[in-house]
Design a protein around this ligand. Sequence first.
Ligand code: KIV
Ligand code: ZN
Length: 511
Amino acid sequence: MSERVLIFDTTLRDGEQSPGATMNRQEKLQLARQLEKLGVDIIEAGFPASSEGDREGVARIAREIKNARIVGLARSVAEDIETAWRAVESAQLPGIHTFIATSDIHLMHKLRMSRDEVIDRAGQAVRLARSLSDWVEFSCEDATRSDPEFMCRVIETAIEEGACTVNIPDTVGYSYPDEIAALVRTVKENVQGIEKVIVSVHCHNDLGLAVANSLAGIKAGARQVECTINGIGERAGNAALEEIVMILDTRRETMGLHTNVVTNQIYHTSRLVTSITGIPVQPNKAVVGANAFAHESGIHQDGVIKERTTYEIMDPQRVGIGKSALILGKHSGRHAFRERIKALGYDLTEDEINLTFKRFKDLADRKKNVFDEDIEAVIAEEVLRTPETYKLLSLTVMSGSDVVPTATVRMEIEGQEFHGAELGNGPVDSIYNAILKLTGRSPNLVRFSISAITGGTDALGEATIRLEEEGNLALGKGTHEDILVASAKAMVNALNRLDYLSRQPRPSVRL
Ligand code: KIV
Ligand code: ZN
């Protein structure tokens, strides 16, 4: 009989700790809706004590999502736990995830606490959390560098106080598979009461082993795994949800385990995370990378044409990768457009459909074939966008081999219209000089890239830009048939994000 492994998604919490991946409330809600559709069991929606914004974001998700448990993270501190509870209490299935470090390195240098103090603090934290919530998870931060005997005592205390899930994080991605498997076994064999709770693993990817370590933990008896879409997260990221789920799915016979994930929602969820965070997926990334199902060698192509399973261990459709459907043209109507949006997994309001339909019509007028990817880009830009302080109204660029590139930009800034022209070393440089002059901002340009969303010279160009200003990192994206307009839109989008971030209260607590 196949046993179930619970999927605890932390894209909205640990994933959001990726540099520059800050999401606004609307984006978080959109992603939470998609995670619900994906069928994850638990959504860690944020760290409510970190800021007012996070608190509100978690509360909004808690009010809306019905089919997944909504959990808020809290240090083992009364105020954090009470704040986390206030944020999640309206959820159909609420929960508190509290943690404290158990390694000597953390005790000595970070917490400055003795082992006995840590045990007391963990016990008090779980007791308080359980007085508020029926579902409480307890984590031993830096578990894999902790003394296993001490860690087992801490976990035992947490279980005595009512924790229903105990989590073993490889916080710094230090472990290798045999070690984490041994640690899970040690916990299962030595902790009193362990049979009453779910054992969970949470692995970071510093040595590229997050998925292998998670799997080793599962094989040793963990029945919950904590992971993120596309493996985004602190530093080198967390274990990638899509990889763990597809390993269990593809090797179900061998593993005898399953998840409740709706696998054909994986690809769409991955693309949504990319479009919200601006963090691209490498082409050779397992399961969701652009090349994951591409066959280049003639021998492989020949094999796949004769029989797909010769070189494909998963059916791409199982993860929701269909043929990039050539869908709509300029004669397509609103009904067909609405149906396509639904099929792509989006749940848009009437106003949002109207907005995106208008953009689609403009696009179809200029571009012969409109692909799913084009529609996704339009939705990302029109629906998921940050509140706009700055709007690009028009752009004219003069460039070529014998002229100094010059950009003339017209913008709306807080409701008022401005225009200006600037020179630059190239057309993009002149555009950025003009926009920055008009907005009066001077961020550092950390990264700029441009790519075609689909094939063909009439493809939509997508510009991605990363800016840094006073400690805030913001990603901006822009799409347009004209790559210079796409570049200008990306800059304006990033500036809006920086502006949004600078208006948010600074997180009072960072992990
Ligand atoms: O990596 C980690 O230890 C964490 C904990 C808060 C669970 O993210
Ligand atoms: Zn983590």
